[in-house]
Design a binder for this molecule. Structure first.
Ligand code: ADP
Ligand code: MG
Length: 347
């Protein structure tokens, strides 16, 4: 038999790439929330219908987009966050997005409506359906609302691989909780089928703890802020750590309640998570894990955000030193808090 190779056309290539980036509804939410945060939003409201393929809406009060920029934004490899020739200097990226392909990828597998206003008199509604954009005026204050409907409508296999409304929504809910801790000064709300399931007021880490857990957990926690010098090439650099640690009296049965972010980006990093758990050490009852959220800001050049397409995992140089510093900071913060509480009890 002759070999049967065909070259995929651009539309197919686009579809494959989009399918890879946008694997499930929670990925849509994370891309839209990243964009809202990059736009400087102080408030982000998220609404989900069904398993998320029906509708996802993310509303922000960020800087918004002009009409011309809105039309560019949904195209592939268009971004306001990198110079066109950024090349290898990606370690300098300070925004959550930078590939310029999320909106395009979502448009490839859903209907997208972007309503935006950059403070100009007339706002813009840009609707992309089957790859075709249409533009109209919109009445909206400054900010952006992105509504994604009919996700994976033409991808039955992808739709069938989803785990059902409860499980998909629970992924979204975990994700939004991660953001609430990673960006504690931003207010977040999440609703499912019209019912508000969660909100964090944006007044800091304790608000996040209160929103995601309850008043009891929020009371029984200590805030940690710590700077450690670590040895890096050509000298030392400062590792800044900020977090909230529930006392070991309130624990959970799984380690997912230990949340890690790097410079405000939620990451799934088992090494850093373990470092936090190790910081609690023997304070934890057997088989129990803490409730904690830790954000680390390593010295410049140490983080490579470009490791994983979904960006959940980051590359860290000097990982051993960073993990050791995290463990020490957590352990010291807990013993200080303990001493403080013992003092308070004694007086
Ligand atoms: P990236 O975030 O990697 O730049 P996206 O496809 O996610 O790529 O977004 C493309 C561009 O659209 C962004 O660079 C930004 O300029 C603009 N944009 C997207 N969402 C928003 C938003 N919520 N508010 C303001 N601008 C936005
Ligand atoms: Mg983006």
């Amino acid at each position: 038999m002759p070999s049967q190779l065909t070259r995929l056309d651009d539309a197919t290539v686009a579809k494959i790439a989009a399918g890879e980036v946008i694997s499930r509804p929670a990925r849509v939410v994370s891309e839209l929330v990243d964009n809202a945060l990059d736009a400087g939003a102080s408030r982000i409201d998220i609404a989900v219908a069904g398993d998320g393929t029906d509708r996802i809406r993310v509303e922000d009060d960020g800087h918004g987009l002009s009409r011309d920029d809105a039309e560019l934004a949904v195209q592939r490899h268009t971004t306001s966050k990198l110079p066109a020739d950024a090349g290898a200097s990606l370690t300098a990226v300070s925004t959550l997005g930078f590939r310029g392909e999320a909106l395009a990828a979502i448009c490839d597998c859903a209907t997208v409506e972007l309503v935006t206003n950059d403070g100009d008199a007339a706002g813009t509604t840009l609707r992309v359906e089957n790859g075709e954009p249409t533009v109209a005026d919109a009445a909206r204050g400054q900010g952006t609302t992105v509504t994604v409907t009919d996700l994976f409508a033409d991808r039955p296999a992808r739709r069938e691989s989803l785990a059902g409304p409860a499980a998909e929504f629970s992924r979204i809910s975990d994700l939004v909780a991660d953001y609430a801790f990673a960006q504690p000064d931003v207010s977040f709300s999440l609703s499912h089928d019209g019912t508000k399931t969660f909100s964090a007021a944006g007044g800091g880490l304790r608000d996040a703890l209160l929103g995601v857990y309850d008043a009891d957990v929020a009371r029984n926690a200590t805030v940690v802020e710590h700077a450690t010098d670590i040895d890096i090439e050509g000298g030392t650099g400062s590792l800044d750590l900020r977090g909230i640690l529930a006392y070991p009296s309130v624990t959970r049965a799984t380690r997912e309640h230990v949340r890690i972010s790097v410079a405000g980006r939620p990451v799934s990093d088992s090494g850093l998570r373990q470092a936090v758990i190790d910081g609690y050490g023997s304070l934890l009852p057997g088989d129990q894990y803490p409730i904690a959220a830790v954000d680390i800001e390593p010295p410049a050049g140490v983080v490579d955000p470009n490791v994983h397409p979904a960006k959940q995992r980051v590359g860290l140089r000097y990982r051993d030193a960073i993990e050791a510093a995290v463990e020490t900071a957590v352990s010291e913060a807990l013993s200080t808090a303990d001493a403080r509480r013992a003092d308070a009890a004694a007086t």
